[in-house]
Design a protein around this ligand. Structure first.
Ligand SMILES: *Cc1c(COP(=O)(O)O)cnc(C)c1O
Length: 241
């Protein structure tokens, strides 16, 4: 059976190939191992294989896993990639290095307050704004379907972005999106890339460097469309039970 280390090596090669084909540098793309529903021992194996970025989708599940891997905490970047309720913001702000799933001004404000209340030297919490550009009803994220054709949608989003950028304790690093299930992901990835460029033009002082998109089945397409972070679970850790 292929080991976790073998799988990571193969995925890194596929990422590098997709990057080169798109005229991009492979090192500009970070592979995040999504370890949800897998044990801390699997994370440890991936860590041994050189992976340093891990993602979890639930605070309750992440907490004991982070504790098990506490000795390596300084070398690991933990990413929150699941939907986050504002009442979990306090714990999330203390546990994670980056929250990919900020989908409202209210959640951003809760994270900002929580992170600002941590004892120094807690650095600013990196966040990504989750955008729903496909309009799929089941997807969380700022509602941005049709934004290129409808100026008021983009304008309303920019109003919220301006308020989020002004919050203390958190730093926006870019956008995150999830492609709809079982349809061509390319239009979604492309729309997120173009949206990021529009935001970078509108808010040039902010950091829009990161674009988190692509999972086990579509990370190569995401890299072709400019992903800087891909979130891969099953292809590394196997099917979840
Ligand atoms: C579970 C999950 C992933 C990883 O999905 P795989 O198909 O296992 O690669 C990526 N992103 C999000 C938001 C997830 O919930």
């Amino acid at each position: 059976m292929e080991s976790i280390a073998d799988r990571i090596a193969r995925i890194q090669e596929q990422i590098a190939a997709a990057a080169r084909q798109a005229g991009r540098a492979p090192e500009d793309i970070t592979l995040i191992g999504i370890s949800k529903l897998n044990p801390a021992t699997a994370v440890a194996a991936a860590f041994q294989a050189g992976l340093r970025d891990f993602g979890e989708s639930r605070v309750q599940e992440a907490e004991p896993k982070l504790a098990t891997l506490a000795a390596d905490r300084a070398q690991i970047r933990w990413h929150m990639i699941g939907h986050l309720q504002s009442n979990k913001a306090k714990k999330a702000a203390a546990l994670f290095d980056m929250v990919h799933t900020v989908d409202s001004l209210r959640l951003a404000a809760a994270l900002a307050l929580a992170r600002s209340s941590l004892p120094p030297p807690a650095p600013s919490l990196s966040i990504l704004l989750q955008v729903n550009v496909s309009g799929e009803a089941a997807k969380a994220g700022f509602a941005l379907a049709g934004w290129p054709q409808h100026a008021p949608i983009f304008a309303a989003f920019c109003g919220e972005v301006a308020q989020i950028l002004a919050l203390p304790g958190i730093t926006v690093r870019g956008l995150m999106t999830i492609a709809p299930y079982s349809v061509d992901p390319l239009p979604t990835f492309r729309s997120a890339r173009v949206l990021r460029a529009a935001l970078a033009q509108r808010f040039p002082a902010a950091d829009w460097s990161q674009l988190s998109m692509g999972m086990s089945d579509d990370f190569a397409a995401a890299v072709a469309e400019g992903a800087t972070m891909v979130r891969v679970g099953r292809a590394i850790f196997g099917e979840r039970r």
